[in-house]
Design a protein around this ligand. Structure first.
Ligand code: 6GU
Length: 224
C-alpha cells in the first residue's frame, strides 16, 4: 500500500515513520509513505500558502492553488481517494480503517491553521475524517493516527493475525486486561485462572473481563 501525505509540516512525520510498527511496515515493504510538502507548490517569491478568510473571522485559511497542484501532482502517479482530516469530518473508527487498509493507494491531506478553502473540499476531497471531538492545530496528528492503524493491518506486519483479532474494537467490544510475569508484583497477584493452563477457562475469563469493561466504559458499543 502506498500512502501519499500532503502537508506543510513533513518533518512531523519523521520520528513517527522511523519507529515501531510503521517503520516495520515500511521495512517489510507492506507500506510506502511518500511525503509532499504543500509549500513546494506555493506561488510567488514569498511562498504564501494561506490568506485571510472572507467574512473576517479569526485565523487563516489555506489557499486553494498550492493544495490543488500538490494533489494533481500525486494523482499523476495513480488515482486514489483523497482523505482530508478535519474536526468537521465523520468520526474515525475501526471499520473505516479496515476499508481503507484494503486500498492500494490513498492520499491524505493535512490542513493547518483554521481550515482549507472550501473549493478544494468540493473539488478534490473524496472523504473527510475527524479523530474525535477535540481540536488539534492541524490534520498531521490525525493522519499519523490513521497511518499507524492502517499499516498494522497490512499483511505480514503483525507477527500473527491473533494479535489483531484480540484488539479492542475488532468485535465491537473493548480488549481485556493483560498480565505478565512476575506472578506477584508488590503484593498484587496475577489472577490464578490465567496461570493454570486451562485454555477454555482462560478464554472464558478474558471474554468476561472484556464484556464487563465494555459495559462499564463503553455501553454504546453493545448491540441489542
Ligand atoms: Cl482530523 N483535525 C483537527 N485539526 N482537529 C481534529 C481532528 C482533525 N480530529 C479531531 N480534532
Amino acid at each position: 500500500m502506498t500512502i501519499e501525505v500532503l502537508t506543510l509540516f513533513p518533518d512531523m512525520f519523521s520520528g513517527f515513520s522511523e519507529s515501531s510498527m510503521v517503520a516495520r511496515a515500511i521495512r517489510k515493504k507492506a507500506l510506502k509513505l511518500r511525503m509532499t510538502d504543500i509549500r513546494d507548490f506555493s506561488i510567488g517569491k514569498n511562498r504564501q500558502v494561506d490568506d485571510y478568510p472572507y467574512g473576517g473571522f479569526a485565523g487563516m485559511v489555506m489557499k486553494p492553488e498550492p493544495i490543488y497542484d500538490a494533489v494533481a501532482s500525486v494523482l499523476t502517479r495513480g488515482s486514489a481517494p483523497v482523505i482530508y482530516f478535519t474536526p468537521q469530518g465523520r468520526k474515525l473508527d475501526q471499520n473505516i480503517i479496515k476499508t481503507y487498509s484494503e486500498h492500494k493507494r490513498i492520499i491524505l491531506l493535512c490542513g493547518h491553521y483554521k481550515e482549507i478553502d472550501q473549493r478544494i473540499r468540493n473539488m478534490v476531497v473524496t472523504d473527510e475524517i475527524s479523530i474525535g471531538d477535540y481540536v488539534l492545530s492541524g490534520g498531521e496528528l490525525a493522519a499519523m493516527v490513521f497511518i499507524d492503524s492502517v499499516s498494522r493491518l497490512q499483511k505480514g506486519v503483525l507477527s500473527d493475525l491473533e494479535s489483531a483479532q484480540s484488539d479492542s474494537f475488532y468485535e465491537d467490544k473493548l480488549g481485556f486486561p493483560c498480565w505478565t510475569r512476575p506472578d506477584v508484583f508488590m503484593g498484587s497477584e496475577v489472577p490464578s485462572v490465567l496461570r493454570n493452563g486451562n485454555h477454555k477457562l482462560i478464554n472464558q475469563f478474558n471474554e468476561d473481563s472484556s464484556k464487563q469493561l465494555t459495559k462499564a466504559r463503553r455501553p454504546d458499543l453493545i448491540k441489542e
